[in-house]
Design a protein around this ligand. Sequence first.
Ligand code: ATP
Ligand code: MG
Length: 285
Amino acid sequence: MVATNQKSEVVFKDVAKGAYSKKLHTVILKDCSLNVEAGKLTVLIGPSGCGKTTVINLIAGYERPDHGEVLMDGQPVSGPNWERLVVFQETALFPWLTCYENVMFGPTARKSISREEAHRETMMLLNKVGLSEFRDKYPVQLSGGMQRRAELARALINKPKVMLMDEPFRGLDAMTRKLMQEYYLRLFEETGCTNLFVTSELEEAIILADKLLVMTNKPSKVRKAIDVDLPRPRDWSIATSERYREIKAEALELLHAEAIKGSVASGKTEIDLKAGFEKLKTARG
Ligand SMILES: Nc1ncnc2c1ncn2[C@@H]1O[C@H](COP(=O)(O)OP(=O)(O)OP(=O)(O)O)[C@@H](O)[C@H]1O
Ligand SMILES: [Mg+2]
């Protein structure tokens, strides 16, 4: 079974994080508090460069906060661990292993379950993500969408307590991306594992989320947490509902305000930006 009963929550308490580049210090996150609820799909959305990957890196344990606390189930995150796994935008599959061997890798390396059990779970997961027929192919022989699905299976077999998804579908063509979103939704709805999903696509954010965290510009924090109270199981037909449109309008307003602030800070005029934004809104409907 993929299902895990170990559902964990992650909490940021007044987190600050900066970075140095050529001796110049940038504050990325400041007074950033957030809650990734147990068994829920939380989506983080915000302007480019606001610090979304930084949030993922802090939860994964790749980085430490300068101030404040990053807690999982009340305990400070002290380093990377199988309990918190990241699926990145770039493929992280081992190129010298087949699709099957990539998925088998985690449990084999950790010796967490028997080989027979790992085989059974691998076959079941490959089936769920539609890759049974491609089990003996190497990553280079798979399309971008297939690679992303293999990565989902490779992460899920480890039954992480928290799945961290850093724009995993960026760069896929529109049709493949929609398909991936539906695969991912189905997997989430079956496993009920705690998920944090980062995206810069508002429509993707709403279709997936239980809760939408809208980030501000740098120095970033959560500007608003919006409850996405759309029924599950979901698919793209939900996008025609009145509630979907209301949530989209609310989030768009917030993102708009942040885009204006960010660009005014970088020298563009507010009037230029408002005109650009209106064009975008008309084009997207
Ligand atoms: N190691 C580093 N050294 C210097 N600056 C950094 C470092 N890591 C991140 N930054 C800066 O911090 C900011 C936040 O980076 P981060 O990658 O977290 O943003 P993001 O929201 O994920 O961006 P994107 O939308 O492009 O994925 C960026 O402006 C980036 O330039
Ligand atoms: Mg990023």
